[in-house]
Design a protein around this ligand. Sequence first.
Ligand code: SPV
Ligand code: MG
Length: 431
Amino acid sequence: MKKVYMCLSTDIIHTGHINIIKRAAEYGEVTVGVLIDEYVAIYEKPPIIPLEERMKIIENIKGVTHVIIQNDIFYDENLRKIKPDYVIHGDNWNRGYQKEVKERAAKVLQEWGGQIIEIPYYKNEGLSLFDSYMQDSRGLPELRRQRLRMKIRKGEMVKVMVAYDGLSALLVEKTSVENNGKRKQFDGIWLSSLCDSTVKGKPDIELVDLTSRIRNLEDIMEVTTKPIIFDADTGGLIEHFAYNIKTLERVGVSAVIIEDKIGLKRNSLLGNEVEQHQDTIENFCQKIKTGKESVLSKNFMLIARVESLILEMGVEDALERAFAYVEAGADGIMIHSRAAEPDEIFEFADRFKSKYADIPLVAVPTTYNRVYEDQLKAHGFNIVIYANHLLRAAFPAMKKAACSILENERCYEASQECLSIKEILSLIPVK
Ligand code: SPV
Ligand code: MG
């Protein structure tokens, strides 16, 4: 009897899956690898039916002989264990993230001469509706929140990139690169107060009000499915924050970060070159407590941002504050720094994590930009935010085009460096 392997990565079994199992059974004895919940959550949506239940259901489908756990999106481990003659899959894995899954499986199968069998993706009207529901539902607020929590729990570095409008958000949503056989992409979107203010031609002093920022957020949420981390500046007055955090939760934000400054807020990267003041520990703890009491979702995160290093108050002060903020209920700590090297945030992280190993730690390496994600991870950081790079990259390109047109008194030269009209028209297709 030949051995056939297939993977099921969803908790909602439909006729398309039954069809594949039926076809698989024609080739031999079928083993189904059932993907663990964490990966279903990342690549589909968090499963309603947990792994053990899913295994029991699949075990009882006609045509299935064995059911085993698949621990990774890639089949490698199970293929080497079973050494199947065939791996069967719908031909829909020739695009998107699944393309790499197929290529990896094909390579492993070569080790013993196994083959891939592709069958045409099974379609009917009901399934198309189901597929589009699955895709759209990834963008639901609670699912974004769950994915952020889950990514942190998995212990991988969560990579977050700024977006400041629909287009930049699409870029964060869709950009991926392949490197050493690994597909890399961003895990979340940062709504920066600096960038939201700058695109409006305003300074980063809490001048752009929450209503305008939410309008921006909605443009971004409309075209994305990734978790959203919102820079809520100081959070404002405690009395206002209690309302504002509820609004942010309701409109779909996954995590909010508030910084422990008070009075006229200035951008952190200005440090002590301008007048800015830190809040008292007591007052900021009260703000955290009020914020936590105001939200409903257990997945929603309130992260406290410590500005002690920005204001040159030293690591001791930063730690004292971070510990107090955690005790007040913060779900994570962001430690900011404008130093050119990461030494001070490493010291902070080592000492913070020795007390609170499980509390997520966030870094924003704008100035200490030589640091690698691996180094941050080694010191216990869980989230890295690239806070402004897309806007900083766009502005010089726009300026260059503007200058070129003025200098040449025509647009031919500038056009050479622009997206073609064909490309811009096809960038956002009509659905
Ligand atoms: C932002 O992006 O608005 C931030 C990070 O708060 S920083 O600009 O470094 O203060
Ligand atoms: Mg900010």
